[in-house]
Design a protein. Structure first.
Length: 216
């Protein structure tokens, strides 16, 4: 399985049989002209995770791709004329030989005065291969047996201690950083160093840049 970072929280997950795009948002790049997609998955309604206009154009050039989204996002996309499937917590989507499990439920708290929106995480697996988890914007849900965690490393709702605690709680075999568009290169290196210092060498947090690929 190969993970292609397309900036910020967007991931293209590829196997020999399936291509799945997760969170094509406005802070991301290089996903607008993707073709041969089997599915697109959206974790929640914030614009850095779903660029609605861009997504509509993307679905036009991928007419057979399944579109799955958190309930509020699905409603919004339906109003725009798309036909998404609602990603309900506990559900599993079968996309070819791959399974996409839906986890989570609620976005992390940004501030007590801001009502949290819905948020789902997606756990991808093909056959008996690696289990890859994209949590969206939440550290609340800890799925079992994760091989690779796409770890949000900075956000208005996150602090470094919680980032490290989430990584330790999930305890994946390895992790890559996501959700880092607001960081400079120096800031990205700082967060990686601090989080790795807390969890130690048992869970490698690979220094994958915003447009790099990573094999698992």
């Amino acid at each position: 399985m190969q993970l292609n970072r397309l900036g910020h929280a967007a991931l293209l997950i590829e196997t020999p049989y399936v291509r799945v795009l997760c969170d094509p948002g406005s802070y991301s790049s290089d996903w607008h002209h993707l073709t041969d997609l089997d599915a697109v998955a959206v974790t929640h309604q914030h614009q850095d995770h779903v660029d609605v206009d861009g997504l509509m154009a993307l679905m036009e050039i991928n007419p057979t791709a399944r579109l799955m989204a958190e309930a509020a996002v699905a409603e919004m996309l339906t109003q725009r004329g798309l036909g998404p499937e609602v990603a309900m917590v506990g559900e599993t989507f079968q996309v070819g030989p791959a399974r996409i499990e839906v986890h989570g439920g609620t976005h992390a708290v940004i501030h007590p005065s801001i009502r949290p929106v819905g948020n789902v995480g997606y756990l991808f697996q093909e056959g008996d291969g690696a289990r890859v988890f994209h949590p969206g914007d939440s550290y609340d849900h800890v799925p079992e047996q994760v091989d690779l965690l796409a770890l949000p490393i900075t956000a208005p709702w996150a602090k470094m201690a919680d980032t490290a605690a989430f990584l330790a709680a999930v305890s994946p075999r390895e992790a890559i950083p996501i959700h880092d568009a607001i960081l400079s290169d120096a800031g990205r290196a700082l967060y990686k160093r601090l989080v790795s210092q807390v969890v130690g060498d048992t869970i490698p947090l690979h220094p994958v840049a915003p447009t790099d690929t990573f094999s698992v």
